[in-house]
Unconditional design. Structure first.
Length: 96
């Protein structure tokens, strides 16, 4: 009986992919995995579900990633706006 949790090498053999492809997909968050210490772990049930969806992550996870990216971009824009306002106040105070 195969293990319920696999390391990178076992997951690569199970999916018939190279170890490097598995590592790249895990780092990118493109395959269900968990970083444990210096290595990756993969639950067989998660990989089976991932395969049944055609090798894609759930819509919820993808949508959440997009939302987080947009929120971060908006925070960066707001921080830039605050810095610009502070710079303009400083210039006005100096009479520039």
């Amino acid at each position: 009986m195969a293990a319920d949790v696999m390391d990178t090498r076992e997951a690569a053999a199970y999916l018939r992919l190279s170890v490097e492809t598995i590592k790249r997909k895990a780092r990118a968050g493109a395959i269900p995995s968990a970083k444990v210490g210096r290595g990756w772990r993969f639950r067989r049930a998660d990989l089976d579900a991932w395969l049944s969806r055609g090798g894609t992550l759930s819509e919820e996870r993808v949508d959440k990633g997009i939302v987080l990216a947009v929120e971060k971009a908006m925070q960066d824009v707001e921080a830039g706006r605050e810095q610009l306002v502070d710079w303009n106040k400083a210039k006005a105070a100096l009479g520039l």
